[in-house]
Design a protein around this ligand. Structure first.
Ligand code: SF4
Length: 290
């Protein structure tokens, strides 16, 4: 797409297509009480798709605490020294997912560079607890990069998730300013390792658009992800959590998201969610059944 086709909406103005869908508070209230001290990313990130996802039986749980050892410039999670792991968390997670009658459970976490295995064994415990409690639910993990450790990726895969997701988040050029302690190639390495070690488990990744990347850089990133074996893809609009985070450089239009989706499908991605309000877990279950 040429620059001339881009809309003249200032980054400070919210375009009409970014209006969040109304949340069904009936669903929210009925499920909220089952969560106890566990928290879902759906709530803490004020995800615009919460009502739709919870109604369809999908929710994303954040494990290993709410303090991250990293400080990505797009993320609202606090940076600091995390607390020790809670050995009861896998059982509590499984029980909450059962009470919420979930059909597709997404497990994600803060990055735990303080742990020798990055928390891989804990991810595996959570998957096993869920399998035991909810044998028919599908399980997706959205992991940190484990500092590129193949052993950590192998430990998570050995527990048998249905989808292995690691978000590259942005294009190569912007990785340093956006994900300060991460490396673009290290994320690709994690995805490649997962695809090679468990070819029957789909590998998934995603990026945010609107951080200052060009269309050409997005296409280059999609090519890199395909070359790393990724088959499920999400692309959504970057939203600035606060004035202390990176500014929104542009509003990507629904047509542009559609164009990215077409290019991605041409490259061979099996399932693509690309739209202004798309987040990592949006329509996650459909990707498996599609
Ligand atoms: S590693 Fe993940 S949780 Fe931690 S700051 Fe970055 S995006 Fe947020």
């Amino acid at each position: 797409m040429s620059d001339g086709e881009k809309p003249a909406i200032a980054p400070g103005e919210r375009p009409p297509w970014m209006r969040a869908r109304a949340i069904s508070f009936d669903i929210y209230d009925s499920m909220k009480h089952t969560l106890g001290s566990l928290h879902t990313v759906c709530e803490s990130a004020r995800c615009p798709n919460l009502g739709e996802c919870w109604k369809s039986g999908t929710a994303t749980f954040m494990i290993m605490g709410d303090i991250c050892t990293r400080s990505c410039k797009f993320c609202a999670i606090s940076t600091g020294r995390p607390r020790p792991l809670d050995p009861d968390e896998p059982a509590r997670l499984a029980e909450a997912a059962r009470e919420m009658k979930l059909r597709h459970v997404v497990i994600t976490s803060v990055t735990r560079d303080d742990l020798a295995d990055g928390g891989a064994a804990h991810f595996a415990e959570c998957i096993r607890a869920l399998r035991q409690t909810m044998p028919t639910a599908t399980i997706e993990v959205l992991t940190p990069d484990f500092e590129g450790s193949r052993e950590a990726v192998a430990a998570v895969l050995a527990a048998g998730p249905d989808v292995f997701n690691h978000n590259v988040e942005t294009v190569r050029r912007l990785t340093e300013p956006v994900r300060i302690q991460a490396r673009y190639d290290r994320s690709l390495q994690v995805l490649r390792a997962a695809s090679e070690m468990a070819p029957s488990i789909p590998t998934k990744s995603g990026i945010m658009a609107g951080l200052g990347e060009s269309d050409g850089e997005v296409i280059e990133t999609l090519r890199d992800l395909r070359a790393a074996g990724v088959s499920f893809l999400t692309i959504g609009q970057y939203m600035r959590p606060s004035a202390n985070h990176l500014p929104i450089e542009r509003w990507v239009t629904p047509d542009e998201f559609g164009w990215f989706k077409e290019r991605a499908l041409e490259m061979g991605f099996r399932h693509v969610e690309s739209g202004p309000l798309v987040r990592s877990s949006y329509h996650a279950a459909q990707a498996l059944s599609g």
